[in-house]
Structures are given as structure tokens and as C-alpha cells.
Design a protein around this ligand. Structure first.
Ligand SMILES: Cc1ncc(COP(=O)(O)O)c(C=O)c1O
Length: 384
């Protein structure tokens, strides 16, 4: 028997979250961002739920290849463009659209021998100061691309740094609009936070939005808002089982470093999940966990393969727990109770993005294709 830990990907939640994005920006086409192996969910596993997207955006050419192998014939956008000249051959062969963010990428295109001109997304650095041409250099980069026979369509792109916070997107949007004002071509703007928090501005300006974390059911502006506020559902549940129970006396300690010391007699459960599964080691005593759907807390230090939880709230609620009891680390418990990944991430000083993407390879993953969605039973066989 494998260890009882398992992640479940909920196709119906992915589908519903994509609908939520469409509701926010009904006139925009939607890129489903599936970089980092679909934020840890697995590209092949999210395809069913996200098939309604207008295109998929990612970074890795290998992941783009996988999408084509899985039968996706629609648009694929390389968000960082090509990394070396021969990547352009793959773009031609697979019909990939790609971002152009620097002169070197234009040089590679100019030297590329192809019969099939390519569609590119010219990226402006409107304030994030990661990738892209500065606003004052944007038009000359556009003119260079426009003169190349290797390019058949130029779209315009920028990325917001503060859509989730009080600075918002106004300043960057103003810079982008000023520098791009009369340039032809479709515009792609807006990550999840911009889609949810600045829907009107994004809707007016963008032909395409780029939705990432919202599709996976994590709130981009937690803790200001949670997933419930935005009407999104977790696309991943990480669950395991109790392997043991210990009864502590006052003064007993738990785990490496004896970080937790019982103030009074206490029953704890020992769950088959640790940092080698992707659960953050930085989660301290108090991090929320569900046991048999009842909310309780982590106690002591997370170790490589195990973590320990306080069973007192279950005793108080009259819910039995012991060997084999269900432990939900994040997502939806079998009975329907919910633990948002964002709460766990916050306890670890991290964000939902990081926890999802860090799911370890050794965790088997199943796809829940049930139309009624998470928490309602029916999961497929684990596929890794
Ligand atoms: C260029 C670009 N667009 C869109 C996204 C999607 O962001 P989010 O997951 O916040 O929706 C990302 C993710 O980092 C990105 O790098």
C-alpha cells in the first residue's frame, strides 16, 4: 500500500472558477495560466476543467509541447518568449505565440528562417521592472518587429505589480496606454487580482486577460479577501490519514526540538504528511487542519514525513478520531468542510501560489471529474 496521502484535482472547481473570471470580464478572452505545471496541479489534469479557456499561457517549451500532445489546438502563449534562437523553430512547428520583451529576442527573430510568420506579444515594462521594454523604447521595438517578415501580428502586453493592493493598477495602466496609444493590435493585461479587483478598467482595455491563481481557487488578495468573498472554489485538496494517536500529560513535548509543550493532558494525532510532500515546514503550532472535517490545529514542528495535530476540538465535538481518520491539509474534506489553502499559506508566511507549486512528486494525484464538484465523492485513480 502507498502512504495514504493524496492530492485531488477538482475539474468542476476549475470550470466554475473559469466561469467566475468570465463573469468578471465578459468581453475579454481568457488565457488560463498553466505555468509551473499548472501551478502544481498538473497540465494534463487541469485540461478537462479548463478546456473552455480561449488559450493557455505558460513559460516552458516542454509544457507547451505536452499541451499539443494532449490535443490542444488553440492558442498557446509563451509568457517569457523564447530563451534561445532554436526555440523559434519549435514555435513555428507547434504554432506557439510568444512574448518579446528584449532586443535580443528581436535579433533572434530577425535571424530566424521560416516560411510561417509568427504572432508575438510585445511586452512593456510599465513599472514592474522585471521583463519588458521601457515605455520610451516601446514604439521603436514595435517598429522593428513590424518591419520583420518573420512576424505577422503584434499584440501588446504588460503585467501589473500591485493589482492586489492599495497602489492598484492606475499608474501602470496610464503608462501603458500613453506609450501604446495608437498602436494597432490586441492588448493583454490583467492577472487574477486585476481581473477581480479592477474588472472595469481591465475589461475596457484588454482583449485578453491572463488568469492564474483565481482558476485554482486561491484568493489573490488574501487576507483582505478570501476565496469565499470572490466566489471561487479550491481546485486542489491535499488529504491524508492519521497513522497514530498519542496521549500527552501536562509537560510532555511533541516532535523535533520539543517546540510544543502540553499545558494539560492532551490527545494528539499523527498524520502521514510532512515537508517532503510539499507541506510547509514553517507552519507553526496553531496552523489550521481538518480532522474528520473538524477544524483543529497543528502542534509542534512539521517533520519530513509526519505532522501532529491536536484532537481536543474533536473530543469536544464528540467526533471520534483514530488510526485512519481523514486529515485535510487544505481544500475540501469528504463531508464538505473547507480549509482554504490561503490560511495555511499565511501560517507559513507564504502564499497559495507557492504551496500549490511545491506539491511534491511523491504525492499521488487523482482527478475528481464529478460534475457536482469537490467534496461530493467519486475520485479517479491516482496517476502518479
Ligand atoms: C506575465 C504573467 N501574467 C499572468 C500571470 C498570472 O498571475 P496570477 O496567478 O496572479 O493570476 C503571471 C503569473 O505570475 C504572469 O507572470
Amino acid at each position: 500500500m502507498p502512504r495514504p496521502i493524496r492530492a485531488t484535482i477538482h475539474s468542476a472547481a476549475l470550470h466554475a472558477n473559469l466561469e467566475r473570471v468570465r463573469h468578471s470580464v465578459p468581453d475579454a478572452k481568457v488565457w488560463a495560466v498553466v505555468k509551473a505545471n499548472a501551478y502544481g496541479h498538473g497540465i494534463e489534469r487541469v485540461l478537462e476543467g479548463l478546456r473552455g479557456a480561449d488559450g493557455f499561457a505558460l513559460l516552458d517549451l516542454g509544457e507547451a509541447e505536452r499541451l499539443r500532445e494532449l490535443g490542444w489546438r488553440g492558442p498557446i502563449l509563451l509568457l517569457e518568449g523564447v530563451f534561445e534562437a532554436r526555440d523559434l523553430e519549435l514555435c513555428s512547428r507547434l504554432g506557439l505565440w510568444h512574448a518579446v520583451h528584449c532586443d535580443e529576442q528581436i535579433d533572434m527573430l530577425a535571424a530566424h528562417k521560416t516560411q510561417a510568420p509568427q504572432r508575438v506579444f510585445l511586452k512593456m515594462n510599465s513599472g514592474m521592472n522585471r521583463l519588458g521594454f521601457a515605455p520610451q523604447r516601446y514604439r521603436s521595438a514595435w517598429a522593428r518587429l513590424d518591419a520583420l517578415p518573420q512576424v505577422d501580428e503584434i499584440s501588446l502586453m504588460t503585467h501589473f505589480s500591485d493589482a492586489d493592493g492599495p497602489r492598484g493598477i492606475a499608474q501602470q495602466l496610464e503608462r501603458f496606454n500613453a506609450a501604446a496609444r495608437d498602436l494597432p493590435g490586441e492588448r493583454t493585461l490583467g492577472n487574477s487580482a486585476a481581473i477581480l479587483r479592477h474588472a472595469t478598467d481591465v475589461q475596457v482595455r484588454a482583449d485578453w486577460v491572463r488568469a492564474g491563481i483565481v482558476l485554482y481557487g486561491s484568493a489573490p488578495d488574501f487576507p483582505e479577501h478570501g476565496a469565499g468573498h470572490w466566489g471561487i472554489r479550491p481546485a486542489m485538496t491535499l488529504a491524508t490519514r492519521l497513522l497514530g494517536v498519542q496521549r500527552l500529560q501536562a509537560g510532555d513535548t511533541v516532535g523535533y526540538g520539543s517546540l510544543f509543550c502540553a499545558a494539560e493532558p492532551l490527545t494528539i494525532g499523527v498524520a502521514a504528511c510532512g515537508y517532503a510532500d510539499g507541506y510547509p515546514r514553517h507552519c507553526d503550532t496553531g496552523t489550521p487542519v481538518l480532522v474528520n472535517g473538524v477544524r483543529t490545529r497543528l502542534v509542534g514542528r512539521v517533520s519530513m514525513d509526519l505532522l501532529t495535530v491536536d484532537l481536543t476540538p474533536l473530543e469536544r465535538a464528540g467526533v471520534a478520531a483514530g488510526f485512519g481518520s481523514e486529515v485535510t491539509l487544505w481544500g475540501r474534506a469528504a463531508g464538505g468542510a473547507l480549509l482554504e489553502i490561503d490560511e495555511v499559506a499565511r501560517a507559513a508566511g507564504s502564499v497559495g501560489w507557492e504551496l500549490m507549486a511545491a506539491l511534491a512528486r511523491r504525492v499521488p494525484v487523482a482527478v475528481d471529474s464529478a460534475a457536482h464538484g469537490p467534496g461530493c465523492g467519486s475520485t479517479g485513480a491516482p496517476d502518479r
